[in-house]
Design a binder for this molecule. Structure first.
Ligand code: FAD
Ligand code: NAP
Length: 554
């Protein structure tokens, strides 16, 4: 072989495509289960993950106090009963390290890592009309060819730093809750500034305040938070859950929330007398957690009903926080309760009774800039050793649009979604054949226990791929009519609730310039599942399915 031939071969090899039936992007709970199903069906698959290991959300969000806000006993897979039988959760709300260990346990149990590529970020995915295949490109220069491209990229995986002038000038330590250092951070003896009071801020502030010398919290908008009343799980609770788990999950998967007319046994707020209502709110406050939103059937539909619950929580804040002025600043007043993701805390409001914790109301004195030594508001200069950004995520569409995804005829997803995301069932987008989005916009996703939604989507996609294989079909693509009707339906049911009123990440309001569209589907996992099952049973009505145009696919 001549030197020229050898060089040519090396070039050809470098350009070679690794070929798979499916490429899955992301190794969180969605990617983990998707790979398991694909393997089980005999499809060749590769998972590509930016992090160094599995876990997704629980790999990245390692800040102090990070926990689930859906109870651990529900926030787990159901697809293989031996998982829950072999795994024992230690607390009602598991910590991030425990949930990450669980993700690792599942990956090990099914030997999944051998089909995963870590420390690799997908930069582009392009559909080729002629070969009817996707080419997936990464930041390492690798290229993969696959018939199916499955996005398991997460709804809350694109952490977001705010556009505050001078951010890079700060000479102390800077952290984002969603990209926390693996080795942890010791705040002992330090002056810490925390920007942001969503779930991440509310979970982390109490623990940081316990450790640091002083904490200053910068709050722009107060949020509603309900106590977790976390506690260890007893052997008896674990044992009985193992027996009941599958039945409970089956029920939860079919549930319609009160806001969509489900759970008829839940009273409406004004069906109760003032006293009965107060009692019910008190009971649910004592139970703790997101269940508080089920206090009345019409909380997320009727503004007056909502106000009764919001007033109750504001009353609790006044009771807990000793300084009435601070309690006032902490009391939400700009959105109905629950229309921004309700927070679940351990000792959050109590933290403001500590000598070493101060609250700055950015509505009165906005941040002007980050300086080399801290934060400057319109009123004051603050000096810090560390600044923590608990400023959230470019939710639901952020991770998808960070990639250059191009469908038929080079059409770009960024262009298609310039006015907001449009999908059929949150699973597919017109013009992007064989591309699936797990928990995509237009599905219940972030309004549900995400493990339920992830399993449902992975199962639906897996069944669809098997259906296509059985029928010797090569491509599936949502039809414009079905997508338009679904988008209209998602908006229509969303508009029946109070959700669109809040400037939440559900509507993209946290990202300057992001189109304001209410992205999740509010009708609940039960009705949604029914619709998906009907579509599948009808032979995938609303989707165009085609036989191969080219030679048999690889
Ligand atoms: P993720 O876990 O987000 O995983 C997506 C993965 O894709 C990430 O690892 C990311 O690195 C990778 N990725 C993205 N883009 C690329 C790319 N271009 N190339 C390569 N890799 C890429 N939900 C609940 O139901 N209950 C809870 O209690 C709960 N608590 C939460 C707490 C926090 C702090 C956060 C941020 C979210 C929480 N959620 C909760 C939502 C949570 O995101 C889901 O429950 C679930 O973990 C999502 O799994 P996933 O696999 O879909 O996405
Ligand atoms: P978030 O809810 O979007 O909160 C971000 C916070 O940062 C808000 O208080 C926001 O204020 C503030 N902020 C953003 N930009 C700012 C700026 N320029 N100046 C000052 N303040 C600014 O993000 P998150 O707390 O990370 O939570 C996101 C979601 O992840 C949650 O809603 C939940 O679904 C999930 N999560 C769950 C848990 C859990 O309990 N299991 C924990 C963490 C996260 P404004 O409101 O004024 O914009």
């Amino acid at each position: 072989m001549t030197t020229g031939q050898a060089a040519q071969r090396t070039l050809a090899e470098a350009d070679a495509l690794a070929e798979f039936d499916a490429v899955v992007v992301g190794a969180g709970f969605a990617g983990i289960y998707m790979l398991h199903r694909l393997r089980g069906l005999g499809f060749t698959a590769r998972v590509i993950e930016a992090g160094t290991d599995v876990g997704g959300t629980w790999y990245w969000n390692r800040y102090p106090g990070a926990r689930c806000d859906i109870e651990s006993l529900s926030y787990q897979y159901s697809f293989d009963d031996s998982i829950q039988r072999e795994w024992n959760w230690s607390e009602r709300y598991a910590t991030q390290p425990e949930i990450l260990e669980y993700a690792n346990f599942v990956a090990d149990k099914f030997d999944l890592r051998r089909d995963m590529e870590f420390e690799t970020r997908v930069t582009a995915a392009t559909y080729d009309d002629a070969s009817e295949r996707w080419t997936v490109e990464t930041d390492r220069g690798d290229r993969y060819s696959a018939r199916f491209c499955i996005m398991a990229t997460g709804c809350l995986s694109m952490s977001r730093l705010p556009e505050i002038p001078g951010r890079d000038r700060f000479e102390g330590e800077s952290y984002h809750t969603g990209q926390w250092p693996h080795e942890g951070v010791d705040f002992s003896g330090k002056r810490v500034g925390v920007i942001g009071t969503g779930s991440s801020g509310i979970q982390s502030i109490p623990l940081i305040a316990e450790q640091a010398d002083h904490v200053t919290v910068f709050q722009r908008t107060p949020n509603f938070s309900i106590p977790a009343h976390n506690h260890p799980l007893t052997p008896e609770q674990l044992a009985s859950n193992k027996e009941e788990f599958q039945a409970l999950r089956h029920e939860a998967e079919r549930m319609a929330p009160a806001r969509a007319g489900g759970q008829l046994e839940i009273p409406k707020a004004f069906d109760l007398s003032d006293e009965e209502r107060a009692q019910r709110y008190e009971q649910l406050w004592e139970i703790g957690g997101v269940a508080f939103l089920g206090a009345a059937a019409d909380l997320l539909i009727d503004e007056r009903a909502n106000e009764t619950a919001a007033n109750f929580v504001r009353g609790k804040i006044q009771e807990i926080v000793r300084d009435p002025e601070v309690a006032g600043v902490l009391s939400p007043d700009d959105h109905p309760l629950g229309t921004k993701r309700i927070c679940v805390d351990t000792g959050y409001y109590q933290t403001y009774n500590r000598e070493n914790t101060a609250l700055i109301n950015l509505r009165d004195t906005p941040i002007e800039e980050i300086t080399h030594c801290g934060v400057r508001t319109t009123a004051e200069d603050f000096e810090f050793d560390a600044i923590i950004y608990a400023t959230g995520f470019d939710a639901m569409t952020g991770a998808l649009l960070a990639m250059d995804i191009r469908g038929r005829n080079g059409v770009s997803l960024r262009d298609e979604w310039a006015g907001g995301p449009k999908t059929y069932l949150g699973l597919q987008v017109v013009g992007f054949p064989n591309l699936f989005t797990i928990t995509g916009p237009g599905s219940p996703s972030v309004l549900s226990n995400m493990l339920i939604s992830i399993e449902q989507h992975v199962d639906w996609i897996s069944d669809c791929l098997e259906f296509m294989r059985q029928g010797d079909l090569c491509t599936i693509e949502a039809t414009p009519e079905a997508q338009d009707a679904w988008v209209a339906h998602v908006n229509e049911v969303g508009d029946r609730t109070l959700f669109p009123r809040a400037n939440s990440w559900y509507v993209g309001a946290n990202i300057p310039g992001k189109p304001r569209v209410f992205m999740p589907y509010v009708a609940g996992v039960g009705p949604y599942r029914e619709k998906c099952d009907e579509v599948a049973a009808s032979g995938y009505e609303g989707f165009a399915l085609d036989a191969p145009r080219t030679a048999a696919p690889a």
